[in-house]
Design a protein around this ligand. Sequence first.
Ligand SMILES: NC(=O)c1ccc[n+]([C@@H]2O[C@H](COP(=O)([O-])OP(=O)(O)OC[C@H]3O[C@@H](n4cnc5c(N)ncnc54)[C@H](OP(=O)(O)O)[C@@H]3O)[C@@H](O)[C@H]2O)c1
Length: 261
Amino acid sequence: MARRNLKGARTVVTGASSGIGRELTIQLCERGAHVLATARRVDRLAELERVCAALPGKMETLSGDLTDPAFRSRLLAYCASNWGAVDVLINNAGAGAIGRFSDASSDRLRRVMEIDFFAPVELTRLFLPVLRQGRRPAILNIGSVLSHRAVPNKSEYCAAKFAMRGWAESLRVELAAQSIEVLMLSPSTTHSEFFESLVDTKASEKSKSIGSMSPKRVAQLAISGLVRSKREMILSLGGKALVWAGRLIPGLTDRILGRFA
Ligand SMILES: NC(=O)c1ccc[n+]([C@@H]2O[C@H](COP(=O)([O-])OP(=O)(O)OC[C@H]3O[C@@H](n4cnc5c(N)ncnc54)[C@H](OP(=O)(O)O)[C@@H]3O)[C@@H](O)[C@H]2O)c1
């Protein structure tokens, strides 16, 4: 398949105010894309706008909470009236939580599911009509290695990321006839603000994740996958090792993970 040309591609990036989303926005603008960057923190989006002003692409921002259906509708209305069609939707915004399921409230599960699952899924539902009008349209979902293999003390996050992957796999086949590609990128631990904004997590909880990639590297791999229409990308050797160990030697993997828990 021919490579996707991102020059002029009308692209929505969620979670653009930090980490992977910020880097995705910068690198898309470097390639001449037309990006609508969204997140809640207005000051961060304004700073990003200044960075992108010097790049070949175009960048606009719209701030709000993606878990709010009214904000999702505003995003769609903005794209429909300013662009008419959308070429790429990147569902990147997300948040984690750490700690035992038995010690957590049901509110934590609901909040993680809202931002990591219902928000991207319902945003995608809204955007399907404008994506159908797009040029070689694609939906890129940022999952996690934990979309493929769950680990202890992150049950809510794993559940949400597994759900995202199941939904994306189903949607990929449903949308193939309409030529909308559904891609999924699964990073492993990434050095971002992710571990500073954990939902309902005690300060004493530390992630036992090993290694970490830079958001810049994750964004490079995401864009390379988008250009090549790679349907599933699991990043990092450690991430791949965890996923394959979970498939081939699940009992031993459980025992090893149990030691970290
Ligand atoms: N960091 C990791 O180790 C890691 C590993 C695998 C996968 N991932 C995934 O990668 C994606 C990006 O994470 P990151 O590492 O770049 O973390 P990050 O730096 O914390 O970025 C998360 C982004 O999501 C936005 N966001 C969170 N809640 C939101 C809400 N309710 N409404 C709108 N925007 C919201 C945040 O912006 P505001 O706070 O300004 O709203 C921020 O821009 C997430 O889906 C995450 O699950 C991360």
